[in-house]
Design a protein around this ligand. Sequence first.
Ligand code: NAI
Ligand code: MG
Length: 358
Amino acid sequence: MNLKIAVLAGDGIGPEVTNEALNVLNAVAKHGGHTFTYEDLRIGGVAIDADGSPLPEATLAATLKCDAALLGAVGHNKFNSYPPSQRPEAGLLKIRAELGGYANLRPSVAYKPLADNSPLRAEVTEGTDILFVRELLGGLYFGEPRWWDKEKKLAHNTMVYSEAEVARVAKIAFELAQKRRKKVTSVDKANVLEVSQLWRAVVSEVAKNYPDVTLEHQLVDSMAMHLMNTPRSFDVVLTENLFGDILSDECGVITGSLGMLPSATLGGKVNLYEPVHGSAPDIAGKGIANPLGAILTAAMVLRHSAGLEKEAAAVEAAVQEVLTAGYRTADIARGDYAGQKKVSTGEMSKAVLDAIKL
Ligand code: NAI
Ligand code: MG
């Protein structure tokens, strides 16, 4: 299998954790005789410094010629006084829009024994394995018209979805559920919103093509509660843009640390893979960042762009194994846990590489 990957390491801990993700990809490629080639490209603060733009034309053009894009993080305090359109973060928003992915996948997994690091009781979270599929290009965040009239003391946003926009993201959710535990929970507010009534109707229609997958509908308000009470009962959770933003962040507590969360955005010209965390300027350059979010993101590259499901699962199993063995970067270390081995970014990554069974 050949895969050309755009590597957009970015700022802060971005390059540190991306490096570890690449080590994992290289180990898988070497073992399976695959050819993964990488193109290092600038984005964010490093691109502003070198090229005068947070997303240089050359970066975008080269990324569009790749099979997948792996992004670290962007953002640096020295740009805090810049207007939003000239900050490193503008490069990230622009590349997401240009690549055009509409299905944002965010797994929320309670790794043992990390579950007891979460504010939720371990017996509630243990075994949780949710995959959020959040629609990323529609809804309130993009709907027109949008305005704030300060004189009239009035502001306006528009929640709008077409049937086609709902159908395409629903299809991805059902396809993913077929490869998992065959359940889709679709979230809406159909008791109040017309957009949600359309959403529910279209999702129910798409579901007919996937008779092996169980579909349930949940209203977003009670869903927020169910996720905290019975997280184990969910498999794939399909949501529109705003609801998914809120619910997937809520589920961050199940995993315990921002440094553990991967994401993938599918459906556009090039799939975009990125850990959920930012550039973490407070710990950048110290070699202590948790590389697991980036490594789990590499597993998503293997699963969704390389079609290497077995290898992706092997990487995820290796992450579980090193956590069980007590390996902890600073963000997930606990003072009272006797068995833990406090490790650096590189040591954590090395432990995962040693634990991958291909
Ligand atoms: P952040 O995610 O960078 O950091 C929040 C907290 O989590 C910090 O205490 C940080 O040390 C910790 N943390 C994050 N990732 C970690 C990891 N892998 N290992 C250990 N600890 C980790 O969010 P923050 O501080 O709000 O933003 C910092 C910069 O990053 C800003 O410029 C922001 O705009 C940018 N940002 C970029 C994102 C991206 O590139 N996708 C996403 C979020 C923020
Ligand atoms: Mg958010």
